[in-house]
Write a protein that binds this ligand. Sequence first.
Ligand SMILES: [Fe+2]
Ligand SMILES: [Fe+2]
Length: 282
Amino acid sequence: MQERMKTFDMKHVPQNIPDTILQKMVRVAYHGFNFVTGYHHADPPTSAIGYRLIILESVAGVPGMLGGMFRHFRSLRQLERDHGFIFTLIEEAENERMHLIVCMSFFEAGPVTRFIVQAGQLALTPFLAGLYVVRPQLLHRFVGYLEETAVHTYTNIVEMTSTPGTQLHTAWKDTPAPQAAIDYWQLPADAMWVDCLKRMLADESHHRDVNHAMASMSEAQLFGEDNPFIHEHKADYEAGVRRHTEALLKKTLGDLDLHTIRSKDVLASKEAGVSKDGAWSG
Ligand SMILES: [Fe+2]
Ligand SMILES: [Fe+2]
């Protein structure tokens, strides 16, 4: 279907006992969550998706910020460079928070959902921080496995929304993208809700790859070498500057056109306004 959908079944194979434990934990939580929320892959109803996405995205925003914070403090404490990792991690947290904000334009969070979100943050933050303190790679591996399930879920939601005859297709086939999503992903003005879902899927598969890559790095690579993803931020930044410059140029040219005075009458004649040497006299 989509280019990025090809990666939906890419899974990291556990390399050691901690990997296996983390993978099992995520799988158990995933299937338990599916059971409780009534989510099934064959034709899920929209009602099973709203609070699922809100709860998942609110949790997903935690580890990136924790990792970024820990690295920031480490850099200050050890008087050492960070080599560009902090930015990737904080950007991940920001990206997940934007997923949440975009989902909030569609789904109403009732008191039960809000309670689960708050309890989830309270319980999971110390756990995730604990993983990082024991070994930073453990947190990244955990996030990698968590993102595998997110990719699985979003792939299914996108497929169902694009398949006529399903409940999601019936509900969302004509639903436009919310403005927050259009602004955030620079989508065309006529983008649809399914386009946002595709962007979220692409983001989740990127988080999965980044976190598994960081989890597979040695201590020396993680803290002494350059972040291998830093070129992406540079490219994003340059693309942003280019967009901004183009918009500015376009506006300036438009303004120039707007302020051009066109008149049939001569504004100044040689006799009246200009002195002999050609300079303006009045
Ligand atoms: Fe997300
Ligand atoms: Fe994610």
